[in-house]
Write a protein that binds this ligand. Sequence first.
Ligand code: 5GP
Ligand code: MN
Length: 332
Amino acid sequence: MKEDIQNIKLKLSNPQDIVILSHRNPDGDAVGSTVALSRFLKKGNHAVKIIYPSEYPLVFQYLIEGMQAPLIYDLNPQECLEAIKTAGVIFLLDFNALDRIDKMGETVMFSKATKILIDHHIDPEPIADFILSDTKASSTSEMVYLFMRDLGMLERLDIQMGEALFTGLITDTGSFRYSTRGLTYQIAGELKNIGVDDYALSNLIFNSLEPKNLKLLGHCLANRMVLLTEHKAAYIFLTKDDYQQFGISRGDTEGIVNYLLMMKDIVLAALITEQPSIIKISLRSKDDINVQQMAAAHFNGGGHKNASGGSAYAKLDDVINRFTKVVPNFVK
Ligand code: 5GP
Ligand code: MN
């Protein structure tokens, strides 16, 4: 580990062409960790490009202000592949399997660049030269802070990087309600000390809904919620028609699944959505209920013990039936 850091430090001691990649449907931690690392590396005179497979939620636009916009594979595939091919160093942040970056996976695999993975998901695949994996970390943003510290370069941390890292901390921990450890709070404290306005960030991120979001939430809870009381589970499903009727777009369903866990006797929750060509499932659980295993075994996915996701090329009803059938195996 120490040796890895020394070798990475050596590699970064000369200016490099660097690409920082994160996963499709980037969340607050993906955007926060990549933006912070990008700003950090630019201060070290590297040329840095951030690439996401698909667009990032507009709510995180404040992190991008004043910097070169990330490249989006869906919008600009050639430019993304070219950047990966010419990079000398590639950072892989907040994911640990190449299928999370869609069609760019192959290009990354064959690239001769030095690859550095920083991530906190379970079961990393051997896809990088340096694998900094810590499933106890609250977020990749927490790990990027520790990476800067371990490089001995925390003096480079500025308020913009701090805001980006703090964004990752609060989004991946649900405002410090889960996945925390002592270090998480210490780092949050350090970031606040350098001037990060946590209250303003919370407002920007969590109090920024449009009326249509609350109407959608009402619809989900009133008309699309199914309780499997006997198994302490519940799910919400959304059809293609719902997407049309409520004008749902990317990011609008974020957080809805968590409402199910607010019920006292529910320990496992799912949001099952009918996308244009795929069914997506988001899984959440309490305590020792392991939805990572459920996602990996039944929905071609993965993630964390208490928050995972996956997908299936199937009909909505089939995925709902599959979920209902396997639930008893995971709730004891
Ligand atoms: P969400 O339910 O919010 O989409 O994702 C929850 C967690 O599961 C995240 O940590 C995310 O990285 C992971 N996850 C979501 N979808 C997939 C997937 O298709 N494959 C894998 N391996 N992980 C996923
Ligand atoms: Mn994360």
